[in-house]
Write a protein that binds this ligand. Structure first.
Ligand code: DOR
Ligand code: ZN
Ligand code: ZN
Length: 417
């Protein structure tokens, strides 16, 4: 055996003390005692499957002053995220095979975690030519950073069946463009008024013809949206910002995001639904903008909140405090995203990728923007309790040790022909 990792690992809903045997990047054995050429003893630390963030915007290529794959994947790693699925609103946007392959060339060898890319749906795009190379396709029904928009139902009806035929998932930014206001905005409440909840609900409703198909509704911002999506057989992602922040907080431009932060009551209802185990996946919608970007006037500042580096650590702190079960966290952050996007990841099981994350429950600390890797340099979660990753093995390679990066950018593209 090349590598044996020992500790209290999560499997079938419980923690058990034992050894995980790894060869060629995969888990090949699970037993009480195993012998390996290399042995990592994690003592009493818990070991979880590496988590998969199905929704990040790493800005690479084209806006690398905000983030690039090296910086974004470092932030992911410190958080315990071992796979990220990156959105296509980069510069240029990924909307054809050529652009997709160019982006792949740019990123290769520059990620500390595994990754997959999304392509954007645009009128007349060639879906079959990209399908084997992507995690899925992104449909922007409402405009946001990047302005790649498909808001016509006939066009949507032409595109989506081709995605399903190719066996891929459509991840949807569900906000109805025609229901957005354009009043001058001074704060998150104004932003919310311009992007009402009914706009999100209506966008989801307009997807009813695709009931039961491979549709994933990103960043649901209310319990009603989540419920409607599920009633149509769609999967859902929730973000930490919609769970923990609301438009009445004093956040200024930092609280500008699409879909918007909702009222306090809506936020609490979403958090309740989440605590009741109703969400399918946690996706950070990591949308890094620099401090300079976010210090502009509210109306003209870009929308988006960074989150890949804080989402899982904050949820781990909730687990540690007994507010969320470990099983729920693993289901939403590891198992479900892996199943949804067809990855041999997300569980500690023979035959699966050896992506392992250990946490040391004695090392809880507060989120501090100064200590977060990544280029944006700010977080709306400053001071919140968090538990960051202690040790990470990615495909059998040691990437993080005692909370510090020790590996190389060996992350692989997990979707290719
Ligand atoms: O607020 C947002 N920012 N929402 C999105 O859908 C895109 C994102 C970004 O890329 O900045
Ligand atoms: Zn979005
Ligand atoms: Zn997004």
């Amino acid at each position: 055996m090349e590598l044996v990792v020992e500790g209290r690992y999560y499997r079938h809903g419980e923690l058990r003390q034992g050894c995980i045997g790894i060869e060629e990047g995969r888990i090949v054995a699970l037993d009480r005692i195993l012998k390996g050429e290399m042995h990592i003893d994690l003592g009493s630390r818990i070991i979880l499957p590496g988590s998969i963030d199905p929704h990040v915007h790493f800005r690479d290529p084209g806006m690398t002053e905000k983030e690039d794959f090296l910086s974004g994947s470092t932030a992911a790693l410190y958080a315990g995220v071992t796979t990220v699925l990156d959105m296509p609103n980069t510069k240029p946007p990924v909307k054809d095979r050529e652009g997709l392959m160019d982006k792949k060339r740019v990123i290769r060898g520059r990620s500390f975690v595994d990754y997959g890319l999304f392509a954007a749906l645009t009128p007349g795009c060639d879906i079959p030519s990209m399908a084997a190379e992507v995690a899925g396709f992104k449909l922007f029904m409402g405009s946001t950073t990047g302005k790649i928009l498909v808001d016509d139902d006939r066009e949507i009806a032409r595109l989506l069946p081709q995605v399903f035929n190719a066996g891929k998932v459509v991840s949807v930014h569900a906000e109805d463009e025609s229901m957005m206001g354009s009043n001058v905005e001074r704060d998150p409440m104004d932003h919310l008024r311009n992007r009402p909840l009914e706009g999100e609900l209506n966008a989801i409703r307009r997807l009813s013809p695709f009931r039961g198909q491979d549709v994933n509704i990103c960043h649901v911002s209310s319990a009603q949206s989540m419920e409607m999506a599920h009633s149509l057989g769609f999967s859902t992602e929730v973000t930490a910002h919609h769970l923990f922040l609301h438009a009445g907080m004093v956040l200024g431009p930092r609280g500008k995001v699409n879909p918007p932060l909702r009222e306090k009551k809506a936020q609490e209802d979403l958090l309740d639904a989440f605590m009741d185990g109703k969400a399918d996946m946690i996706g950070s919608d990591h949308a890094p903008h620099t401090l300079t970007d976010k210090e502009q006037e509210f109306h003209s500042c870009p929308s988006g909140i960074p989150g890949v580096g804080t989402t899982v650590p904050m949820l781990m702190a909730m687990v540690k405090r007994g507010h969320l079960s470990l099983g729920e966290l693993v289901r939403m952050a590891c198992e479900n995203p892996a199943k949804r996007f067809g990855l041999k990841k997300g569980v500690i099981e023979v035959g699966y990728d050896a992506d392992l994350v250990s946490f040391d429950g004695r090392r809880m600390r507060e989120v501090d923007a100064k200590r977060l890797p990544g280029k944006s340099g700010w977080t709306p979660f400053q001071g919140r309790e968090a538990l960051f990753a202690d040790t990470i093995i990615l495909g059998g390679e040691l990437q993080l040790r005692k909370g510090e990066l020790c590996g190389e950018p060996v992350g692989r593209d997990v979707f290719h022909a």
